[in-house]
Design a protein around this ligand. Structure first.
Ligand SMILES: Nc1ncnc2c1ncn2[C@@H]1O[C@H](COP(=O)(O)OP(=O)(O)OP(=O)(O)O)[C@@H](O)[C@H]1O
Length: 365
C-alpha cells in the first residue's frame, strides 16, 4: 500500500522537446492518497495512458519524480514497484485454466498454495468466475477473458496500487455497469489505492470518489464528481463534464456594464467588480444549462433570448437559445412552463462562474 506522489512530473516522447506542446505530460504535481478510489478522466490523447505507465514503471519520465511513500521510484521496473495494471484488452494465458491464470501472480511471489486457493476463490467469486475456474482461458468469451485479466490485477493483496487503463472497453454494456459496481465493492473490501483511466464521465463518477480531469497533458481539476459539476476549475472541465456541457459566454466590461458582444448581461455587481482591473482579453462567464433560470414570460432583470430549438427528453427539455449573438443551452424540467419563441433568462449569481484565461477565479460577493 502506498501514497503515490508526482512531483514536478513531465514527460516528452521527443528527444529534444522545445515548447509545452512537445510534452505528453506537462509539468504537474499530484498526490494519490493511500486507499483512494480515483479516476483519471480526459479525451483521447490527453496523456492518461502515459501518466499511468509512468506510475506503473513501464515508462520512465523525462522530468520530475515519482514517489511511493516518499521514496523515489523513477527508475524502478514495474515488478519492483508492486503495482498491478489492468489493460484495455485482456492479458491472459490461453493455455492455462482460469484458476491458474488467477493464481499466476501469487505463485510468482511464492505465496503458499492454501493462501493461493483462498484468494483465487475469493476473487473468482466477486467477479462471478467460479463456474469457469477449471476451463482453459482460450475457450472463454471476450468478456470473461477481461474479467480474468481484472482478476489477475486484483488477486494480490500486497500491491501498492491497482491501475486500470480503460478496462471495460471490450465489455458488453450491461456487464460494464455491473463490473463497475463490482470494482467499487472490491475497493471497499480490500482498501487498495485504485486509479481508473477512462474517457467516459459516467464511468469515472460511478467508480471514483475523486476524479482527476486531464487536458493537454495536465490535471486541470482534481475533485469529487459534484465539485467538477458545480464549480469546474477550467473551461475544459465545464465542457467535458455534464450533458450538454457548460455554457461559456465571452464577456468584456464597458463602463459598469458586462457585455457579451453587443448584448448587456444582467449579472450583478460582484461580477462587475471582479471583471474590472482584469488585464486579460480572454474573459468568460460560465453557467450550466441546469442553472439557467428560464421564464416563459417577461420578469424583472431578465435577458430576452430567442428560442431556436426545444429537445423534449421526457422528464426535462433542453432548449437551444440565442442571447444576442451568443448561443446557449438551458434545461427546463417537465413541471416548468416551456417558453415559445421568446424566453427570459436569468443567471443566478451563485451558479455563475468567472473564467480568466480559461481558469475559474473567485468572485467575492
Ligand atoms: N510511444 C509514443 N511515442 C510517441 N508519442 C506518443 C507515444 N505514446 C503516446 N504518445 C503521444 O502522447 C500523447 C498522449 O498520449 P496517451 O496515449 O498518453 O493519451 P491518452 O489520454 O491515454 O489517449 P487514449 O485515450 O487515446 O489512449 C498523444 O499526443 C500521443 O500521440
Amino acid at each position: 500500500m502506498a501514497e503515490i506522489t508526482l512531483k514536478g512530473l513531465a514527460h516528452s516522447y521527443l528527444p529534444d522537446p522545445k515548447g509545452p506542446e512537445d510534452y505528453a505530460i506537462r509539468e504537474m504535481d499530484h498526490v494519490w492518497h493511500q486507499g483512494g478510489a480515483y479516476a483519471l478522466l480526459g479525451p483521447s490523447g490527453c496523456g492518461k495512458s502515459t501518466l499511468l505507465n509512468i506510475i506503473s514503471g513501464l515508462l520512465e519520465p523525462s522530468g520530475g519524480e515519482v514517489l511511493f511513500d516518499g521514496e523515489r521510484v523513477n527508475s524502478l521496473p514495474p515488478e519492483a514497484r508492486n503495482i498491478a495494471q489492468v489493460f484495455q484488452f485482456p492479458v491472459v494465458y490461453d493455455t492455462m485454466t482460469v484458476f491458474d491464470n488467477l493464481a499466476f501472480p501469487l505463485r510468482n511471489i511464492g505465496t503458499p498454495p492454501a493462501r493461493i486457493k483462498e484468494r483465487v476463490l475469493e476473487v473468482a467469486d466477486v467477479l462471478e468466475l467460479t463456474p469457469q475456474l477449471r476451463r482453459k482461458a482460450k475457450n472463454l468469451t471476450a468478456d470473461e477473458k477481461q474479467k480474468v485479466s481484472m482478476g489477475r490485477g486484483l488477486v494480490r493483496d500486497d500491491v501498492s496500487a491497482i491501475l486500470f487503463d480503460e478496462p471495460l472497453t471490450v465489455i458488453d454494456p450491461q456487464l460494464k455497469w455491473k463490473l463497475r459496481r463490482k470494482l467499487k465493492e472490491i475497493h471497499r473490501r480490500f482498501n487498495i489505492t485504485m486509479v481508473y483511466v477512462t474517457h467516459d464521465q459516467l464511468e469515472a463518477s460511478t467508480f471514483a470518489d475523486r476524479i482527476a480531469v486531464m487536458y493537454e497533458g495536465q490535471v486541470v481539476q482534481f475533485g469529487t464528481p459534484r465539485e467538477l459539476f458545480e464549480a469546474p476549475n477550467h473551461t475544459f472541465v465545464g465542457y467535458f463534464i455534464g450533458s450538454p456541457g457548460m455554457n461559456f459566454l465571452p464577456v468584456a466590461l464597458d463602463g459598469d456594464r458586462v457585455m457579451c458582444g453587443e448584448t448587456p448581461l444582467e449579472v450583478g455587481e460582484a461580477f462587475v467588480r471582479s471583471l474590472s482591473g482584469r488585464h486579460s482579453t480572454n474573459l468568460k462567464l460560465g453557467i450550466r444549462p441546469e442553472f439557467v433560470a428560464v421564464h416563459a414570460e417577461e420578469v424583472p432583470d431578465a435577458m430576452l433570448a430567442e428560442v431556436l430549438d426545444i429537445q423534449d427528453l421526457g422528464t426535462y427539455a433542453i432548449l437551444s437559445l440565442r442571447l444576442g449573438e451568443q448561443r446557449l443551452k438551458a434545461r427546463v424540467e417537465e413541471d416548468e412552463p416551456l417558453p415559445h419563441k421568446k424566453a427570459w433568462l436569468r443567471f443566478p449569481s451563485d451558479r455563475l462562474g468567472l473564467y480568466v484565461d480559461e481558469y475559474r477565479v473567485e468572485v467575492s460577493p
